[in-house]
Write a protein that binds this ligand. Structure first.
Ligand SMILES: [Zn+2]
Length: 357
């Protein structure tokens, strides 16, 4: 694996559901140490101030959220299985029979399975409709009783749970398989952008932010925006690809067509002048991008757009198939195109241009 791929692997495999982003933050610190000054707040937002910043120019905030969708242990049943609640939005159809990791009181992640009832024990009604509500599912760690779960496995309520998925790369076909590409592929892109621009003169100051708790309501970003006071923002995302289940004429985001820039989603209308500037610059620089009109979803751009005195924001989404599930897909082609586009934006966006948005 080359260095970039290795970085993506480490970000994707890092365990950090909303509120428990520490492992991701520590990893980002390792990569960002050389790139600038680092700060952190109590929400685990990590701020990376480029060392080339002057402190006197307008600031462009480069955001990517560090958390992933996961779960939290709710209670321990007498038979030793664990009830759990979602952290972020999961489709209940994607869960049963998945392998997960549950953090215990000693801070170790131990394996478990989201239990599925064998067909042998299902009633006719259950066979016809086997889908459970998340509140009816359990994680089985292999304990035989609640006492054993607590005393031997050191399970406690309130502990986080993540998919046990490890990154795989199909080199021949350029497909990355893994978990948490929303938004770890964005975190990796943020670091890669700052690395590629290291030592370069840019027209504006740039502050990279790995913001926490996006999946539970953009909570980290709501705090981060106050510290950064951005004049404009580029929000990196892993964004949902719809190309395998949407009629071709209506596809909004496809794999291997470059970053997706949304005109709107349910949380925000991206600044139309900034959005147009991005699409024009992409054409001029010959960088593949996609534009979409989203009927669902939301992201940190909504917060930045309306915080303080308001700041124009666009969203560069790396297309991810089967997002918010245990097994997602993305590609190095899309990662590269995203990094190239964001670098081009930071090299070209002047204070004067931003004031026209
Ligand atoms: Zn996201």
């Amino acid at each position: 694996m080359n260095n970039t791929l290795e970085m993506i692997r480490r970000f994707s495999d890092a365990k950090g559901p909303s509120g428990f982003e520490d492992e991701v933050v520590n990893l980002a610190r390792e990569y960002a140490e050389e790139l600038g000054t680092l700060e952190e707040d109590c929400l685990r937002n990590l701020y990376i101030y480029r060392k080339e910043n002057t402190g006197t120019r307008p600031v462009i905030m480069l955001d990517a959220h560090s958390d992933e969708v996961g779960f939290m242990v709710h209670s321990i049943k007498p038979n030793g299985t664990l009830r759990f609640v979602p952290l972020g939005g999961w489709s209940k159809n994607s869960l049963v029979s998945s392998k997960v990791l549950v953090r215990n009181a000693q801070g170790e992640y131990i394996p478990g399975i989201i239990a599925s009832k064998p067909v042998h024990f299902m009633s006719a009604a259950e066979r016809a409709n086997p889908t459970l509500e998340i509140s009816d599912m359990v994680i089985d760690i292999g304990a035989v009783s609640d006492t054993e779960a607590v005393e031997k496995f050191h399970i406690r309520i309130g502990e986080p749970v993540v998919p046990a998925t490890k990154l795989e790369f199909d080199d021949n076909n350029d497909i990355l398989f893994g978990k948490a590409f929303d938004c770890r592929i964005g975190c990796a892109a943020l670091i890669e952008v700052l690395k590629r621009l290291e030592g370069k003169e840019l027209p504006c100051d740039v502050v990279g932010v790995l913001s926490s708790q996006e999946e539970v309501g953009d909570r980290g970003c709501k705090v981060a925006v106050n510290r950064v006071q951005p004049a404009a923002a580029i929000v990196l995302e892993g964004c949902p690809a719809d190309d395998t289940f949407t009629e071709s004429y209506a596809v909004q985001t496809a794999l291997k067509k470059g970053p997706m820039f949304r005109f709107m989603d349910t949380s925000t209308i991206c600044n139309p002048r900034f959005q147009r500037y991005v699409l024009d610059l992409a054409e001029e620089k010959n960088i593949p991008v996609q534009a979409s009109v989203r009927e669902g979803g939301g992201n940190n751009a909504a917060v930045i757009n309306t915080a303080l005195l308001g700041a124009p924001a666009v969203v560069a989404g790396v297309p991810v198939r089967y997002i918010h599930s245990m097994n997602c897909m993305t590609s190095m082609f899309d990662f590269e195109a995203t990094v190239n586009m964001v670098c081009a934006l930071l090299e070209n966006l002047t204070p004067e241009q931003i004031s026209k948005f």
